[in-house]
Every structure is written in C-alpha cells, then in structure tokens.
Design a protein around this ligand. Structure first.
Ligand code: RIB
Length: 337
C-alpha cells in the first residue's frame, strides 16, 4: 500500500496543506516543521507523486471549472473571465454546475480527473474541502473561486463578503430602515454566512435596529419570490422595512412578490438591496441596488492564478487574491429622507 500525503501529515502532526507546502513552498513553513515533515517522509518511505506532475505534460489543454449555479449570471461572468484568460494560453475551460450540491461537485471533480485537466477552479458547495485536497495531492492544482481559505495548499480568489454584507445593511440603516430582513440561501454556503456576519455587524451599530434571517433552500428567483410572499402575507406592522437579499436573484424574486402579491411599494414601504450587481439588476421594474462583485475579473484572476501555479509551482506569486465589494445605489433603496 503506497504511503499518502495524509499518512505523512498524521505522522508529523501537521495538516495535509502543510505537507504540500513543505514539498512545494518550504519557505512558507517553519524550519522545525520542515524537519519534522521530512523525518516522517523518511521514516514512512513516502515517495512524492511526481508521476502526476510528469503526466501533466500529456494533459489536455483544458481547465475544469465548477460553479454553484450556472443559471446565475454572476457565475456566467466568472466563466467568461476564466475562459478569456485560458484562451490567451490556447487553453479551454470545461464548465460544470454543482447546483449547490456536494454530490454534483464531486462528480465533476472525478470527471475532470479522468479528463486529465491541467487544474481545477471551483466555488465549493461546503466547508468540507477533503475531495479538493485529494485532487491537489494527486498533482492537480486547485484554485477556490469566490471563496477564501486558510489552507495555503489552495490558491483563492474572492471578495470580502463580510464587508459586502456590512455595506448592504449599513446602506439600509442609513436610509432609515430599522427592521431589516436578510433573505439567506443555504447556510452551508460560505458566501451566505459571511454576508450575514457583515449584516449583523452593521445592525450591532444601531441599538434600535433588529435583524431577522429568512432562510431559503437555494439562491434563485423562485425562492426569492416565495420569501417575498411570506413577507407580503404579514400584517404591515410585522413586515421588515428593509430587505437584504443574499444575491440579486433572490432580490428579483422578492421584488416580483411585492409587486404582484401585496400592497408593498419599493422602496417607500420596503427598501430592497441584492448582491452581485448582475446586469439584470439595473433593468428590473424598480432598478435594484446591489453590492457589486467584479465577477469577470474574479474568473480571469482565478484562471491566471492557476496558470501561474502550473508555470511556477514553487513561485512566490500571491495565492490569496481578495477584491473589495462596491455599493451600487439605485431606486430600490432611494427613500425620501
Ligand atoms: O451562489 C451564491 C452566491 O454566491 C452568488 O449569487 C454569488 O453572490 C456568490 O458569491
């Protein structure tokens, strides 16, 4: 039975990511840990899987990309950006849609491994990155897209979603809202949890403000509409006066519900803000305020980081790229002072 990176990590009492760093970027690891890992490698007789790296020469001219929801224009823009950077190196992008399901994500990771892609870009469905660690330790570089990580074995390109949530709810509070509802997607998605954390930090600065969380099963227009119907079905005094939707699709659905279902005027009765600033946000019947993420640049940068990892596995290039969110104000939150 061959000795794995995990065996070495266990023997040296470090993470698999640290073993990967000792092998690829020892300068990032303390000398004592480097020595401990090398001792474990020697004692266990671990042989680095360089075959996977050598086979890279025979790999396809493709990169794998797994997004959470291919129907969301945000991820379509990410794919465009990744494709643009890959095409500059005469490479192609194989696109997979996990639909926010871990089993689908795993199926695409297996497919990309079989297809011998040069590397994988992925927006993970959960906090469990073990399948991505196995892919990486098998010699396939992995870049997390739209997600940060403390594991230095992964490159990452993301936006500060805590700051984004803080900006969104801070804007509602500045406009006079005091009963804010957060339309949340599945809490297993880090982006949703970080936006909620930012929302909570904004509300904490206003003792007279309250935050309600309305969880929905997925970040789609349909679920946004259902959440909007719940709000519209309440007595006016029980409704929020401001809604922060975890993404623009949820906000569009809520807007539809308010327009069709209830006697709710946006922004006068309920101010509404989304997240992503997809092209459609500015075209809704009440143009939507949103928190803009540079989706195309995120995709381009993720592919660029992967290509740098492929060209210089031990390079000293920055491997945790973080962009700042931007508040875009439109009619859906412009309220008379
Ligand atoms: O897929 C969930 C959301 O997270 C997307 O709308 C986008 O905002 C991503 O960051």
């Amino acid at each position: 039975m061959s000795v794995s990176v995990k065996d070495v990590a266990l023997a040296a009492s470090v993470s698999v990511g640290t073993v990967s760093n000792v092998l690829n970027r020892p300068e990032k690891v303390s000398p004592a840990t480097v020595e401990r890992v090398h001792t474990a490698i020697a004692e266990l007789g671990f042989v680095r899987n360089d075959a996977a790296r050598q086979l890279r020469a025979g790999r396809s001219r493709s990169i794998g990309l797994v997004v959470l929801d291919v129907g969301n224009p945000f991820f379509a823009e990410i794919a465009r950006g990744a494709e643009e950077r890959a095409a500059e190196e005469n490479m192609t992008v194989l696109l997979g849609n996990s639909d926010e399901r871990q089993d689908r994500e795993h199926a695409y990771l297996d497919l990309f491994r079989e297809q011998r892609v040069n590397g994988v870009l992925v927006s993970p469905t959960t906090e469990d990155l073990s399948s991505l660690e196995r892919l990486r330790d098998g010699g396939v570089p992995v870049i997390l897209v739209d997600r940060e990580t403390s594991d230095e074995g992964f490159g990452s390109v993301a936006v500060d979603d805590i700051e984004g949530g803080f900006l969104a709810v801070g804007h509602l509070l500045e406009g006079g809202c005091r009963r804010v509802a957060f339309l949340a997607g599945p809490m297993g998605i880090r982006q949703v949890r970080d936006r909620l954390e930012g929302a909570r930090r904004a509300v904490a600065q206003h003792p007279d403000a309250v935050l309600e969380v309305i969880e929905v099963p997925a970040l789609t227009v349909l679920h946004g509409r259902e959440a909007g119907q719940i709000i519209a079905g309440r007595a006016p005094a029980d409704r929020p006066d401001g809604v922060f939707a975890a993404n623009d699709l949820l906000a569009v659905g809520a807007l539809q519900a308010f327009a069709i279902m209830g006697d709710i005027a946006v922004p006068d009765d309920i101010a509404l803000i989304g997240y992503d600033d997809i092209d459609f946000a500015s075209a809704t019947v009440v143009p939507l305020s949103s928190i803009r993420q540079p989706a195309h640049l995120i995709g381009y940068s993720a592919a660029d980081l992967l290509l740098k990892d492929l060209a210089q596995p031990d390079g000293d290039h920055e491997r945790a790229v973080r962009f700042q969110p931007e508040l875009v104000v439109r009619e859906s939150t412009r309220r008379p002072r």
